[in-house]
Design a protein around this ligand. Structure first.
Ligand SMILES: [Cu+2]
Length: 128
């Protein structure tokens, strides 16, 4: 599993859409759900779904370092009840008020775009 996640994260950096889609499919089990919100760890970055969409719209993370996205949907009425990375078919469901953790073990090298299921709300993770 560890090795798979490393491969995925490398693919994320290369932004090779087809391979990325396949690889992220393997990773779907690693997005952990929890009922009660857990405090963020040092490598965890919070993203919230609000009436404005994903916030922050641009999230800065340290370049090439392992990070975990912690996405919480705060609003009942939104079309962002799921998200996906650009060019990837795999969807992550975003249940109301639950943290969804998506680990990116090799981090982000450049820019990673993600959006709601219908590509209406979009946001970016940017390496600094
Ligand atoms: Cu949408």
């Amino acid at each position: 599993m560890k090795r798979r996640i490393r491969q995925i994260s490398r693919l994320v950096r290369r932004r090779s859409s087809h391979a990325l889609a396949l690889a992220l499919g393997f990773a779907s089990g690693s997005a952990a759900l929890s009922c009660a919100p857990r405090p963020l760890g040092p490598d965890e970055y919070a993203i919230h779904v609000t009436e404005q969409g994903f916030e922050p719209a641009e999230l800065a993370v340290p370049r090439g370092q392992a990070v975990t996205l912690v996405i919480t949907r705060d609003v009942e009425s939104t079309c962002a009840t799921e998200m996906h990375f650009a060019g990837v078919e795999q969807r992550w469901r975003l249940p109301l008020h639950q943290q969804v953790r998506i680990p990116l073990p090799d981090g982000v090298e450049d820019t990673l775009r993600y959006s709601c299921g219908m590509d209406m709300y979009e946001a970016w993770i940017v390496a600094k």
